[in-house]
Ligand binder design. Sequence first.
Ligand SMILES: N[C@@H](CCC(=O)N[C@@H](CS)C(=O)NCC(=O)O)C(=O)O
Length: 203
Amino acid sequence: MKLYDDKLAPNPRRVRIFLAEKGVSVPVVNVEIFKNEHKTPEYRKLNALSGVPVLELDDGDVIAETVAICRYFEEMHPEPPMFGVDMRDRAKVEMWNRRMELSLFVPVAMVMRHTHPRLAALQTQFKDWGEYNKGVVAKIWTWLDRELSDGRPFIAGQRYTIADITALCAADFAKFARVPWGAEHPHVQSWHDRVSARPSAKA
Ligand SMILES: N[C@@H](CCC(=O)N[C@@H](CS)C(=O)NCC(=O)O)C(=O)O
């Protein structure tokens, strides 16, 4: 089994944190997006969409998509459970992970891709779209801060889950994209301190 990884990109980091929480180690192949290594014919054979991460199984089969890879490891190593523990909890974790992906991670990625000078070499940038998404991210921090003001320790409730991993990677990416949360978001700050203190955050 091999995990195709880029140390600077947020989606592969989600898988690395997930594996660290599970205490599982997988051989890694580094694919440097900034060197366009994900656009080579060899890599496109693994994933024609050229996204990172990818998990290649021992029989050559390939699983792409961050959450699909995490679900594969969840089945293989169920403890600790990261996708919820019962019917209601699994639905809530799915809800929160989707929210963190679609409402936080994606707009942060749009800001990064369309405004950050380092990304200009990799793709066409639509500056207006990037600027628009700065406002989207700002509103999401305010919404998330209000959500977390109920005192729950983690995004989906009392347990650390995949939703925290998605949100942590989005939050750290937001700092890089220059759209972090602010002093007016103390609940986001304490959640971020809590999840960043876990050893897995260094993965
Ligand atoms: N939906 C995919 C997205 C993968 C993705 O876009 N990964 C980024 C790195 S975080 C990437 O490969 N970017 C390079 C590109 O899009 O050209 C997933 O969840 O794994």
